[in-house]
Design a protein around this ligand. Structure first.
Ligand code: 5AD
Ligand code: SF4
Length: 435
């Protein structure tokens, strides 16, 4: 039995995967409760989606050098980076083994080997079947549960490394997901987030995402259902109607745009035009009153001209997303764009573009928060104190906006309370309890 310490980087799928890894290691009698300094093995569950994710891990591995020397700690790299650049990682003298996202069942064996001093082992075979459907994640959050419903991606957007690090799309059965959601509710969870690299491309035999989310919405006692990350190509009207009608499906949709110019979208291989995206966003706003829309945008994709970038800015003006994550294009190993399109937008120009869009978005986010002032809403309490104060607690609205409310001494995680919105900061609403 070894002491294991896990650190997670990147997306929610990685958070979920770390919960699966904890279960797998716990079943193999490893101890996961100790601090970093007491561990025999440190695992970094990594992301490969942009260059800065890589840099973070290399600098973290460098920081761990002293523990390797003084405490003979072994360092294992899990996740997308392990899958993407395993050879480079194994050349690093401070890394002992690598395990890809489909090989976590082999982790106990690799840990054993590394403790027995076998150096530079790896397990990075992508699988067409692995969904870890039978592994119950070790959940530490008292009210939220992530549930991965599908894994992998078949879209091959030209900028994206995910199809290479997480392999082909495969979905779990509706029964196994409903049973996991039911179990989560029994354990006291109020909110589940359905996860997948292309969550709404879910397909298991005859069952699609509509069948699945409808079945999950019928789980007794489940107050809130969210899902991420969807692709704009898989939003049939029926899904929009379900979101509008089912009370426990949250009115919050993440709708990754990536670019607002059709020519750029075509080179990204996104499968929709500027007009189709606009039409979809407008339809969502019409069919789901009050829906909150967030997005992902990439600036400086190879060959993106200034006028094409301006199309992204004008689309943002038109849709007015409630929030947005904006990234500079970063060439990734294995992708079509890396092989075929030179990264020819200058770094300074990428910077100018990201600053411009972030400023625009700040205004749109402020507008969106301001619309809530004076309104009443339901807040699900998710933290009994905030990182700033013990006198405040924090939760989210149905639309996913964070609300801070005074802690009256009796508010507990999982309470659903009615609140009036009194004020706002840049990203957060300030509310007061309605007695
Ligand atoms: N460069 C910059 N951003 C990227 N993303 C994915 N790949 C890249 C890349 N090579 C962004 C996309 C995606 C989000 C998760 O990360 O916007 O939606
Ligand atoms: Fe990457 Fe595109 Fe798949 Fe999303 S849909 S994971 S951006 S390849």
């Amino acid at each position: 039995m070894a002491g294991i310490y896990i650190e997670t980087y990147g997306c929610q799928m990685n958070e979920y995967d770390s919960e699966l890894v904890k279960t797998i290691l716990h079943e193999n009698h490893h101890d996961l409760h100790g601090a970093e300094e007491d561990a025999d093995v440190i695992l970094l569950n990594t992301c490969a989606v942009r260059e800065n994710a890589f840099n973070k891990i290399f600098s973290r591995v460098g920081n761990l050098k002293h523990l390797r020397r003084s405490h003979k700690v072994k360092v294992g790299i899990l996740g997308c980076m392990a899958q993407n650049i395993k050879n480079k990682l194994l050349e690093n003298p401070n890394i002992d083994f690598c395990v890809g996202p489909d090989n976590y069942r082999e982790l106990p064996e690799l840990i054993q080997k590394s403790l027995g001093k076998t150096k530079n082992e790896s397990s990075t075979r992508l699988s067409k079947e692995e969904t870890y459907s039978d592994v119950q994640p070790t959940r530490e959050d008292s009210i939220n549960a992530w549930i991965a419903i599908m894994r992998g991606c078949d879209n091959f957007c030209t900028f994206c490394v995910v199809p290479f690090t997480r392999g082909r799309e495969r979905s779990r059965s509706v029964e196994s997901i409903v049973s996991e959601a039911t179990q989560a509710v029994k354990e006291g969870k109020k909110q589940v987030t359905l996860l997948g690299q292309n969550v709404n491309s879910y397909k298991n035999g005859e069952d699609d995402f509509c069948t699945l989310i409808e079945a999950v919405s019928e789980v007794k006692g489940l107050q809130r259902i969210r899902f991420t990350s969807p692709h704009p190509k898989d939003f049939p009207d029926h899904l929009l109607h379900l979101i509008a009608q089912k009370e426990n499906i949250c009115k919050q949709i993440h709708l990754p745009l990536q670019a607002g110019n059709t020519e750029v979208l075509t080179r990204m291989k996104r499968d929709y035009s500027r007009e189709e995206f606009l039409h979809l966003a407008q339809k969502m706003r019409k069919l789901i009153p009050g829906v909150s829309l967030s997005t992902d945008i990439i600036v400086g994709f190879p060959g993106e001209r200034d006028d094409q970038f301006e199309d992204t800015a004008s689309l943002m003006e038109e849709v007015r997303f409630d929030s947005a994550y904006i990234f500079k294009y970063s060439p990734r190993e294995g992708t079509y764009a890396l092989k075929h399109y030179p990264d020819d937008v200058h770094e300074d120009e990428k910077k100018r573009r990201i600053i411009k869009l972030n400023e625009m978005q700040r205004k749109h986010t402020t507008e969106s928060l301001s619309r809530m002032l004076g309104l009443e809403c339901e807040v699900l309490v998710e933290r009994e104190e905030t990182h700033l104060s013990k006198e405040q607690c924090q939760g989210r609205t149905d639309q996913g906006t964070t609300v801070v409310i005074p802690q009256n001494g009796s508010l507990k995680c999982g309470d659903q309370v009615r609140v009036i919105i009194k004020d706002k900061t840049a990203h957060v609403l300030i509310g007061e309890l309605i007695s």
